[in-house]
Design a protein around this ligand. Structure first.
Ligand code: NAD
Length: 290
C-alpha cells in the first residue's frame, strides 16, 4: 500500500518504521525534520499524502490535527482512508471524520495504547471509531503496528475508549509512585516491592510494564533519566480530555479529577515539564506529608 505518515515523533517514527519493514511504500512528513529509514520524506504534509491509499497522522493534539486535516484532506485521493492515531478530544475526531467523509474519503479515529515500547515492537492496541469499510481498510496496517485492534463504534468511539483508558493509567501511575515512595520510607527494598506487587493484586501496567523505579522491572524511561517516553504534559493533556468529556457527559470521576490536578501541578509549577509521566516517583520521593 502507499501510505502517507504525518507526525514522526516518539510514537509516529517507530510506527512508520514498522510499516516500511513490512514492505509498504511510506512517505513521511514531520514539522521537525526527522527521518525514518526506508521512508521517503516529503517537504509538506500535502505532498506526503498525494496518491496515498491510507494517510496516518500521529500528532500532539486536536488543534494540530484539525490544521493538518484541513491541509491534507483536499490533497488526498478519492476513496483513500484518513486514519488518525493521535489522542485528541472526541469533538475534533468527529469533526475531522465528517470533513473527510464529505470529501469522499474513509475516516477512522484510532488512538493507541502501549507506549513507545509497543510502537517499536509493533504491539500497540488500536481502539477505533468509524464505519466498517473504513476500519476494514485500516485493519491490515493496525495488524502490522499492533497486536490488537478493537472497532469500538462510530466516529469518536476510539477517542472515547482512549480517554477512559488513560484516566485509569494516570490514576494507577500516581498510585504506583506514591506506594514506592511510601515503601522507601518504610525501609522496603524497591526490588522486593516490585517482586511482590507485580505478582499481587496491586499489579498494573504502570508497575509491571513501565515500572517508575530505576533499575527495577523492565526497561522503562526511569532507566533513562525519566526522558519521555510518554511525557507528563501528554498525560496532563489526556487527563484534561477525560475531565472535559466527563463534564460534558455528566459523569462523576473524582480520581480522574485528582490525577488531573496533580499532573497540572507537576507540569506547571514543579519540575515535571519535559519529564516522563513516571517521574511522579522522584516527585513523591522529595516530599513529606506536610
Ligand atoms: P511527539 O511530540 O514525540 O510527536 C509528535 C510529532 O508531531 C512531533 O515530531 C512534531 O514535530 C510533529 N508535529 C507537530 N505538529 C505538526 C504539524 N503541523 N505537521 C507535521 N508534524 C507535526 O509525541 P508522541 O509521544 O509521538 O505522541 C503523539 C500522539 O500519540 C499524541 O497525541 C499522544 O497523546 C499519543 N500517544 C503517545 C504515547 C506515548 O507513549 N508517547 C502513547 C499513546 C498515545
Amino acid at each position: 500500500m502507499k501510505i502517507g505518515f504525518i507526525g514522526l515523533g516518539n510514537m509516529g517514527a517507530p510506527m512508520a518504521a514498522n510499516l516500511v519493514k513490512a514492505g509498504h511504500d511510506v512517505t513521511g512528513f514531520d514539522m521537525a525534520a526527522v527521518t525514518v529509514e526506508g521512508a521517503t520524506m516529503a517537504g509538506s504534509a500535502a505532498e506526503a499524502v498525494r496518491g496515498a491509499d491510507v494517510v496516518i497522522t500521529m500528532l500532539p493534539n486536536g488543534q494540530i490535527l484539525r490544521a493538518v486535516a484541513a491541509e491534507v484532506i483536499p490533497a488526498m485521493t478519492l476513496g483513500a482512508a484518513f486514519v488518525d492515531c493521535s489522542t485528541v478530544d472526541v469533538e475534533s475526531a468527529k469533526a475531522v471524520a465528517e470533513q473527510a467523509e464529505e470529501a469522499g474519503l474513509l475516516a477512522v479515529d484510532a488512538p493507541v495504547s502501549g507506549g513507545i515500547g509497543g510502537a517499536a515492537a509493533g504491539t500497540l492496541t488500536f481502539m477505533a471509531g468509524g464505519s466498517d469499510a473504513a476500519f476494514d481498510k485500516a485493519k491490515p496496517l493496525f495488524d502490522i503496528m499492533g497486536q490488537k485492534a478493537v472497532h469500538c463504534g462510530a466516529a469518536g468511539a476510539g477517542q472515547a475508549a482512549k480517554i477512559c483508558n488513560n484516566m485509569i493509567l494516570g490514576v494507577t501511575m500516581i498510585a504506583t509512585c506514591e506506594a514506592f515512595a511510601l515503601a522507601d520510607k518504610l525501609g522496603l527494598d524497591r526490588q522486593k516491592m516490585f517482586d511482590v506487587v507485580s505478582t499481587s493484586s496491586g499489579y498494573s501496567w504502570s508497575m509491571n510494564a513501565y515500572c517508575p523505579a530505576p533499575g527495577v522491572g523492565p526497561q522503562s524511561p526511569a532507566d533513562n533519566g525519566y526522558r519521555p517516553g510518554f511525557a507528563a504534559e501528554l498525560m496532563l493533556k489526556d487527563l484534561r480530555l477525560s475531565q472535559q468529556a466527563a463534564a460534558s457527559a455528566d459523569a462523576d470521576t473524582p480520581m480522574g479529577q485528582l490525577a488531573e490536578a496533580l499532573y497540572a501541578q507537576f507540569v506547571e509549577s514543579e519540575d515535571g515539564k519535559g519529564m516522563d509521566f513516571s517521574a511522579m516517583l522522584p516527585r513523591f520521593e522529595k516530599r513529606g506529608r506536610g
